[in-house]
Ligand binder design. Structure first.
Ligand code: GDP
Ligand code: MN
Length: 406
């Protein structure tokens, strides 16, 4: 599960990590008032307007704008709320922006990268830091991996102060900055564990220029990103409450309501399967025979007839789908339930042009519990589903569906 930057800032603030104050707005009219409040807090007139979407790369896309007046803030808000944001993280169609964060801007002397995540290679949580923070971190990681510091977290004791101090010195912090940076790192590491994160990232963590009151400058978080382990959100009501369904793929949300897992992909073959392992092998074999999966929809173990019917409807409402491969190995899932779901969906499915029934080729491979009953049901319905083909095994199924859309 992902959250917005403004929610991530709230988590950081509650964990004691300094974050500039800000306010969320949803209309252009609210920009001027939000500018004045943020500007009062900043004391410099410098304010930043930032699109709140579940994707990064906003700075380069023009969706993070520094403004110095209420008029500039209004213009920035108008642009962001009336244009879709396209960045390397959004796909070509971009994302609609519904919310903006208007926050006190800060002067920046230096930008750093700081994150906690799980390192699969060492099977530990790890602190990742770099003095090359800001917007190019992916490029740095790729081109100069030595510019990235890594510090493993102890499985029981977490990040320890001596580790954080070493990282702070390696990042080039000096004087009072060291203590501030250490507190940020320790708090972020605690937050990562306490909230069952899979990623807790501050990019950039900034150092502000020296002032009379703060001759060593100040260490602040001005952007943050969190991902949470979906299997653990049940024990974090505060995190669950941050879920924003409008940022999710609508088909994935629809599937979730029926207890189905649906993942949208880019190819032409819709895949209805049971179990994640079977989903992976189904996608592999589709690729092997020359096509790409358009999605995979996992009906899992105990899906009802109604859920299976819904599953078809979700797959077929994806315009990219030129053919459907049903690959079921009945265990807890019964083949006759799947067959009945196919028949229901085929007899009720309403096409965009208003006609009823499947138009695209449908290849069905059933095996396992109640397979004979399932096949008998499908045989009886064959006249009503003219685009349906039975397959003898997985290879036969993949070949048939790929040939049908080629
Ligand atoms: P992202 O591009 O989606 O990661 O958005 P960020 O919030 O990280 O902003 C991108 C860049 O904009 C940062 O790396 C900074 O260089 C700049 N930026 C963002 N907020 C401020 C600010 O308050 N003051 C200044 N001077 N620059 C900012
Ligand atoms: Mn950022």
């Amino acid at each position: 599960m992902k959250i917005h930057e403004y929610q991530a800032r709230e988590l950081l603030r509650n964990a004691g990590i300094p974050v500039p104050p800000g306010q969320v707005i949803e209309t252009i009219d609210d920009a001027a008032g939000a500018y004045r409040r943020a500007s009062d807090a900043a004391g410099t007139g410098l304010v930043v307007v930032k699109a709140q979407v579940h994707a990064g790369g906003r700075g380069k896309a023009g969706f993070v704008k520094l403004v110095k007046s209420a008029d500039e803030a209004t213009e920035a808000a108008r642009f962001m709320l009336t244009h879709r944001m396209i960045s390397p993280q959004t796909g070509a169609e971009g994302l609609e922006v519904k919310k903006l964060l208007v926050a006190a801007g800060v002067e920046i002397a230096k930008e750093f990268y700081l994150a906690i995540t799980t390192d699969r290679a060492t099977r530990r949580n790890v602190l990742i830091a770099s003095r090359e923070g800001g917007v190019e971190i992916e490029k740095i990681a790729h081109e100069r991996p030595d510019a990235i510091l890594k510090e493993p977290l102890h499985p029981l004791m977490g990040l320890q102060e001596h580790q954080a101090r070493r990282v702070a010195f390696d990042l080039g912090f000096a004087g009072k900055q060291v203590g501030q940076a250490v507190r940020v790192m320790l708090s972020l590491a605690r937050l990562f564990l306490a909230k069952d994160c899979s990623l807790a990232e501050i990019n950039p963590l900034v150092l502000t220029p020296p002032t009379r009151e703060q001759p060593d400058g100040q260490v602040l978080a001005i952007d943050a990103k969190f991902n949470f382990d979906d299997n653990a959100t049940f024990r974090h009501d505060d995190i669950s409450a941050m879920f924003d369904p409008t940022e999710e793929n609508p088909a994935e949300m629809r599937a979730r309501r029926f207890g189905l897992s649906y993942i949208a992909l880019d190819g032409a073959i819709g895949c209805l399967v049971n179990g994640a392992g079977l989903a992976m092998s189904t996608m592999d074999i589709v690729k092997l025979h020359g096509q790409e999966p358009a999605n995979f929809l996992d009906v899992g173990g105990g899906a009802s007839e109604e859920a299976v019917t819904e599953a078809f409807s979700i797959i077929l409402s994806d315009r990219r789908v030129k053919g459907v491969l049903v690959n079921i190995f009945g265990g807890i899932m019964r083949c006759d339930v799947i067959a009945q779901g196919i028949i229901n969906a085929a007899t009720n499915f309403k096409n965009p042009d208003g006609s009823i029934g499947f138009k695209v080729p449908l290849v069905v491979r059933l095996e396992g519990t109640n397979v004979e009953a399932g096949r008998t049901l499908l045989k009886g319905a064959r006249a009503r589903i003219p685009t349906m083909h039975a397959a003898t095994d997985l290879t036969d199924a993949a070949k048939k569906v790929c040939a049908a859309v080629a």
